[in-house]
Design a protein around this ligand. Structure first.
Ligand SMILES: Cc1cc2nc3c(=O)[nH]c(=O)nc-3n(C[C@H](O)[C@H](O)[C@H](O)COP(=O)(O)O)c2cc1C
Length: 409
């Protein structure tokens, strides 16, 4: 599979019905604050922080809850389709403040599996634009996560068995190459990205940002976490290079910072940029020698802010198979808090087993983060935001088409 695959997709003649673009107007975004459910309860005189609007650059969210990016492994050749419209659209109908799409590959070889979404071709814009229009028509906001899977690419798609020809085992790339740098025995050995290919990949992120803007996306999130390509470069466990992209922290962060600057220069200035990072490799206790950890994350967050990142989304892990993670509700919040305290002016998203309104509200009250992201909670319950609202005594706006659901008769 060539990373430059772009224009050979099969096209059917387009039939355009303008009526398909009709949308009901929404007097307020679903999930926005309408008042307390019970005005006699303590604290009912003001909206909880979770239901106060959030503004960064020209992007205003109706509430502070974000749908975290979630790979659905439901695409062919990178295209989003009717499934993604229903999946992402449902979160908009049910009041999510911002929806981040799943990791969308900026190069074909940057997909985790053959079934990943992609944004490496202009042909991918069309469906993304339809989805963005639907989300906007509800009053919600949407951003696309720009990704390159690095050494975790060309791996098994979980719900389908594409033929071997759909994989690209000889073109899996990372900071350092060879058997020693396989993510695990179930993954292929990557080859080291050349400097020329690094520059190409930087440009691919920029071109993807242009496509995201053409699709009407409100933001883009650069995926620098979870052991994918940019994280492969950041971590001394996966990066043993001896050139300008390896060694010191400054060198290991060079690729990421070049990507950020390129995306910033290509994406409309009034729209914010998110960056997702892993705050630690979680291997201090199992690997001798340096690994990726929170001190470096804080330093890179400072550089990322200078390079143009507006919001940092603090996750963890995913880069080393031996990682030892003890996950519990809010387990990643201390990392978000640390970045928030040490990098003033950078907005911070907390994520990771944030299970309900009260817990999320506490994170905001304690100034550990500015925004809350939830992944599995939205799969269990697409109306996560509306449940969180009830928990916090908030009467939240429903989608106009769903307002009737309030009435018994
Ligand atoms: C089905 C699924 C797919 C995921 N795909 C992505 C992805 O595409 N990009 C990403 O950055 N994180 C991905 N994640 C991680 C989530 O965004 C999130 O950080 C993680 O699930 C922790 O949040 P939660 O406890 O609310 O689920 C995925 C998680 C799940 C459950």
């Amino acid at each position: 599979m060539s990373s430059s695959q772009a224009s050979s997709f099969t096209k059917e003649p387009a039939v355009v019905y303008p009526q398909e673009r009709f949308h009901i107007s929404q007097p307020a975004s679903p999930g926005s604050y309408l008042g307390p459910i019970d005005a006699s309860l303590p604290g009912a005189d003001k909206p909880p922080l979770l239901f106060q609007p959030f503004k960064v650059k020209d992007l205003t969210l109706a509430n502070r809850v974000i749908v975290a990016p979630m790979c659905m492994y439901s695409s062919q050749d990178g295209f989003m389709n009717a499934f993604h419209m229903a999946h992402l659209g449902s979160f908009a109908i049910h009041g999510a403040g911002l929806i981040l799409t799943e990791a969308s590959a900026v190069q074909a070889r940057g997909r985790i599996s053959p079934q990943d979404a992609g944004i490496w071709s202009d042909d991918h814009i069309h469906k993304m634009k339809e989805i963005a229009e639907m989300v906007h028509a509800q009053g919600s906001k949407i951003g696309v996560q720009l990704a390159h899977a690095g050494r975790k690419a060309s791996s098994q798609a979980p719900y389908s068995q594409p033929p071997p020809t759909e994989y690209w085992p000889d073109d899996v790339v990372s900071a350092s190459g060879g058997e020693a740098f396989k993510w695990s025995d179930h993954y292929v050995a990557p080859r080291e990205l050349s400097v020329e290919e690094i520059k190409e990949t930087v440009r691919a992120f920029g071109e993807a940002a242009v496509r995201a803007a053409k699709a009407g996306m409100d933001t883009v999130e650069i995926h620098g976490a979870h052991g994918y390509l940019l994280h492969n470069f950041l971590s001394p466990v996966s990066n043993h290079r001896t050139d300008a992209y390896g060694g010191s922290l400054e060198n290991r962060a060079r690729f990421l910072l070049e990507v950020i600057k390129e995306v910033r220069s290509q994406f409309p200035a009034e729209k914010p940029i998110f960056l997702r990072v892993s705050a630690t490799d979680w291997v201090e206790k199992v690997i001798d020698g340096p690994s990726w950890e929170i001190e470096q994350t804080v330093q890179v967050a400072k550089w990322a802010k200078e390079a143009g990142v507006d919001v940092i989304h603090v996750s963890s892990g995913g880069n080393v198979a031996q990682q030892q993670i003890t996950a519990f509700p809010g387990y990643q919040v201390p990392f978000a808090e640390r970045v928030k305290k040490e990098v003033p002016g950078l907005h911070v998203v907390a994520v990771g087993i944030l299970t309900g309104g009260k817990q999320a509200e506490q994170v905001l009250e304690h100034e550990q983060a500015d925004l809350i992201a939830v992944a599995r909670g939205f799969l269990r319950e697409p109306s996560f935001v509306l449940s969180a609202a009830r928990e916090l005594n908030v009467k939240a706006k429903l989608s106009q088409q769903y307002e009737r659901g309030r009435r018994d008769k």
